[in-house]
Design a binder for this molecule. Structure first.
Ligand code: CU
Length: 162
């Protein structure tokens, strides 16, 4: 029991400082761990609607359609998107396409505490929920698009302003 408590204390010491200003939903993101990102060159999605190309050699792009809240904010975000061909035309969705997502904060080396969910909607667009950005900074949302014939990856970088 005592050993477990010590291990927990060490674990907390090791993990908490990396996210010292991590209070979800707090406006105080100006702690010394905040990495400014408004002009960060990695950020490839700054507004909705927007598009993000899948990694080569994939040819699809994500057409990000709507966002709630309208810009990425600390807290839970819900986005919708469609898969498009490189020329912007609609992708004919093969049956059995499964898209999974994860959210990660590369500058702090930690994931979000929630795994986003991705659901195909009746109109053919996809709903990406529980994009839980727990603190200000750059977040990387990786979508794995598994189709019967191939798996493609699209990586979204957003800035949650502090
Ligand atoms: Cu962090």
């Amino acid at each position: 029991m005592r050993t477990q408590r010590v291990i927990l204390a060490v674990w907390l010491l090791a993990t908490v400082p990396a996210c010292g200003s991590a209070g979800a939903g707090t406006a105080d993101a100006g702690g010394d761990t905040y990495v400014g990102c408004v002009n960060d060159p990695r950020v490839n999605l700054t507004a909705f609607p927007g598009t993000v190309a899948a990694d080569a050699p994939a040819t699809v792009q994500l057409a990000l359609l709507t966002a709630d809240p309208p810009v990425p904010l600390a807290g839970e975000n819900t986005w919708t998107f469609a898969l498009r061909n490189a020329d912007g035309s609609a992708v004919t969705e093969p049956a059995g396409t499964v898209i999974t997502a994860d959210a990660f904060m590369p500058d702090h080396g930690h994931p979000s505490s929630l795994v986003p969910s991705v659901t195909l909607q009746p109109d053919g667009t996809w709903r990406l929920e529980r994009v839980y950005l727990t603190m200000a900074g750059v977040w990387r949302i990786t979508l794995k698009i598994a189709q019967p014939t191939a798996t493609q990856t699209a990586v979204i970088y957003v800035c949650v302003a502090g």
